[in-house]
Design a protein around this ligand. Structure first.
Ligand SMILES: Nc1ncnc2c1ncn2[C@@H]1O[C@H](COP(=O)(O)OP(=O)(O)OP(=O)(O)O)[C@@H](O)[C@H]1O
Ligand SMILES: [Mg+2]
Length: 270
């Protein structure tokens, strides 16, 4: 990538000139159909079908090894499936795109381990995450436009770190770092946000705040959350999808899914 820094690569920059935006005319933001991923003959995903609506908050649960992270790897272009199709809205073929192009088209992914820049302030982290092809040096020393400042302010408000804007990111609590990283993703205004195990290692208070944050983020965009903590899932989920052995085992409202004999069997067998 021409002139791109570690930060640019970490944030998936470098392909920002007029990225396509998803066509949501059928109210579906993500189509995964017949997705199969094999590792040495083992099917981590097995003819997986998944549809996510525009603006919805979906929780994905399932035992260890069910294929949840692999599914996110396929959506973000990290792993190529052997079979199947993956569309972002009606027109964007994810399987024809590279990882940075997918990020630029509006799919943001939060990994479990926070990757904030510890020796920069909360504010600077958001500044660095702002869309654009500039180098870190230029971003930090350029004068921000009123619009850019307003955008950072609004994200600080959303993630609840307004009062900590001048604090070094390295000194934040685990939960605060996770929120900052979500904020960094929000700076790029993703239409689909993928979050893998957001509350692992959080205090109960942080977990509760994270639930509120994720609920508030849905609506304007779609949010897909993978999480093992069932109390947390119960507190945010509308629709829950249960993955098992690389396919959808059950899908529906949380009460229905939790009482489904197939689901009970899979979890008891863990
Ligand atoms: N790069 C890889 N090479 C070989 N096998 C892999 C690879 N990535 C994942 N797997 C295997 O694929 C299966 C699905 O893994 P995946 O990480 O998607 O599960 P998961 O549902 O996210 O599990 P967890 O809840 O533990 O995070 C597992 O059996 C895993 O060992
Ligand atoms: Mg996983």
């Amino acid at each position: 990538m021409r002139g791109s820094s570690i930060v640019d690569r970490a944030l998936g920059r470098g392909h920002r000139s007029n990225p396509p935006r998803p066509d949501l005319s059928h109210n579906i933001i993500l189509y995964l159909e017949g997705i199969t991923v094999s590792f040495d003959g083992f099917r981590a995903l097995n003819a997986l079908n998944l549809y996510i609506e525009a603006g919805e908050l979906r929780c994905i649960i399932g035992p260890n090894g069910a294929g949840k992270t692999t599914m996110m790897d396929v959506i973000t272009g990290k792993t190529r499936p052997d079979e199947g199709s993956a569309w972002f809205g009606q027109t964007i073929d994810l399987l024809a795109m590279k990882e940075p192009e997918i990020a630029a088209a509006g799919i943001g992914r939060k990994f479990q381990k926070p990757t904030v820049f510890g020796s920069h302030t909360v504010f600077e982290n958001l500044e660095l995450a702002m869309a654009g092809d500039k180098s870190v040096w230029k971003i930090l020393f350029a004068k921000l436009s009123a619009e850019q400042l307003a955008r950072i302010d609004s994200v600080l408000e959303t993630i609840g770190l307004k009062d900590l804007r001048s604090q070094l990111a390295g000194s934040l609590s685990h939960g605060q770092k996770q929120w900052l990283e979500i904020g960094m993703l929000l700076m790029q205004d993703p239409q689909l946000l993928l979050v893998d195990e957001p509350v692992a290692g959080m205090t109960p208070q942080e977990t509760e705040k994270t639930a509120e944050l994720l609920v508030s983020l849905a609506g304007q965009r779609s949010v897909v959350v993978v999480e093992h903590d069932m109390d947390f899932v119960r507190s945010i989920a509308r629709t829950v999808t249960v993955l098992h052995e690389g396919s959808v085992l059950a899908e529906g409202p949380i009460d229905q899914v939790q009482n489904d004999p197939k689901v009970v069997e899979v979890y008891l067998g863990e």
